[in-house]
Write a protein that binds this ligand. Sequence first.
Ligand code: TDO
Length: 188
Amino acid sequence: MRFESTLITGVFLISPEERRDDRGFFARMFCTEEFAARGLETRVAQANISSNVRRGTLRGMHYQLGAAAEVKIVRCTKGAIWDVALDIRPDSPTFGRSFGTELTAENHRMLYIPRGCAHGFITLTEDTEVFYLVSSPYTAAEERSIRWNDPRFGIAWPATVEQISPKDAATPDFNEESNGIERLRGLI
Ligand SMILES: Cc1cn([C@H]2C[C@H](O)[C@@H](COP(=O)(O)OP(=O)(O)O[C@H]3O[C@@H](C)C(=O)[C@@H](O)[C@H]3O)O2)c(=O)[nH]c1=O
């Protein structure tokens, strides 16, 4: 696997190294040895699938606090998405900045999102599937959100939002206290 760093410390773009032959190719998509060698998280608590009917479906920006804070490794297995990590770690020099990239079924790329970054995506095609690994179990009480269009962060989305959950649409403006930012201190 090839690991490319991004403008946000701890966010990596991962590309498989394809070993091609007459049948097609073989590639690793996850490897505890390779991840551990780079100091990346190897624990997997959940593997999730997110199916989206419409182009322009937006989910996010989600993260968990405290011991529930989680690493995500995201791949689009059908169609295409624009996947975004937003740095909200108070000790990070890139606090408030986001990194977005296109993940498609064809490019096989993955985005590694560390603890203390909110995550979300918008679908760029109809009928998409997103498969992602998460290092800590879903803990609703520790889940927090940042609205996709919160002016505090100004995330640039490459498509118009056509579908969003009522919860994500109604997420209030960012607030350090209710967003639990102090509980992300020390992460970086
Ligand atoms: C995320 C999650 C949700 N659920 C339930 C809660 C609810 O009834 C239903 C749908 O939940 P949500 O609306 O929160 O699903 P969704 O908006 O797809 O949430 C996901 O969004 C992306 C961007 C992420 O980064 C994920 O970590 C996760 O937060 O599934 C679980 O049982 N386990 C889980 O791990």
